[in-house]
Design a protein around this ligand. Structure first.
Ligand code: SIN
Length: 284
């Protein structure tokens, strides 16, 4: 695309894209190009976008239909957008997204990805981390590979359920429904899934929603999952984004996990988030 410059953030994961203004009309050719870049790099950082809500929703639809989230209250004025917010006076609490996770990985059709538009940022801190499930799978030790290859993992909406409900206080700025017994319902989904655009295989388990491996108890699964997560979150499989005013970040939820770093007590942090739909995961 003319004028578009892509620079890698790490060798395998994440790119910064400049020379593009998503407030302008997005042609079908540009949309296809952006989908390919996202499938290839999994995280795209677009500085100085400053998208308002209509423009953020239009940009989201480049990647898939807008998806409404379970258990998280959207903006009163727009059911397709959530405010990821921690107020300055909220101290010593857990934040939305403050553990490694793939968004809503327990759904029959987990989200394909999300867009996050910076609105109000702390002077420093509040970075976001992503971890690359493709590289993690490609480099997985043989004994772990043998366990997860061709196997389902059991996923549940456990932070929103009864059995595993979190014991720590969470930011009240993001309104979440807790204690729903339906959220404890288990779903078996491939532990290694095939990406529908890149065709690559990626690990699809995460510490927030995966309770066990199919055919094993939680106790039997725990040491295996712990080794998987330690591998998936190795520093060389991560990229980290330090937010600047106006930044837009787009990520792939099929092949990455992410983590909101909660190190900015005393400062307000607000980003608007949209989500695009995905498909039922296909075993790799
Ligand atoms: C999220 O998990 O969507 C939140 C990410 C962030 O606040 O950096």
């Amino acid at each position: 695309m003319t004028g578009l410059v892509q620079e890698p953030i790490t060798p395998r994961l994440g790119s910064c894209l400049t020379g593009l203004d998503l407030k302008q009309p997005i042609s079908p050719a540009l949309a296809e190009d952006l989908r390919q870049r996202l499938a290839d790099r999994l995280v795209l950082v677009l500085p100085e976008q400053n998208l308002d809500i209509p423009a953020l929703k239009r940009a989201t639809e480049v990647f898939g239909p807008l998806m409404r989230l379970p258990y998280v209250a959207p903006l009163p004025k727009d059911p397709d957008v959530i405010a990821v917010l921690k107020e300055a006076e909220e101290r010593n609490i857990h934040v939305f997204g403050g553990n490694w996770h793939s968004d809503f990985s327990y759904l029959e059709k987990p989200p394909g990805g999300s867009l996050l538009q910076a609105v109000d940022l702390p002077p420093v801190g509040g970075d976001t981390l992503w971890a690359d499930g493709v590289t993690a799978w490609e480099t997985l030790p043989d004994d772990l590979r043998a366990v997860v290859d061709g196997r389902n993992a059991i996923q549940t909406g456990k932070p929103y359920g009864v059995k595993h409900r979190p014991k720590v206080a969470t930011s009240k700025s993001v309104k979440m429904t807790r204690g729903d017994p339906e959220a404890d319902r288990e779903r078996a989904l491939p532990a290694v899934r095939r990406h529908p655009i890149s065709g690559k295989a990626a690990l699809f388990v995460n510490p927030t929603y995966t309770t066990r491996l199919e055919g094993m108890s939680e106790e039997e699964s725990a040491p295996i999952l712990a080794r998987l997560y330690a591998h998936m979150t190795r520093p060389e499989f991560q990229c980290r984004h330090r937010w600047r005013p106006g930044d837009l970040v787009i990520w792939d939820n099929r092949a990455t996990m992410h983590f909101a770093v909660n190190d900015y007590d005393g400062h307000r942090r607000l980003l608007y988030r949209t989500t695009f739909a995905g498909e039922a995961p296909v075993m790799a």
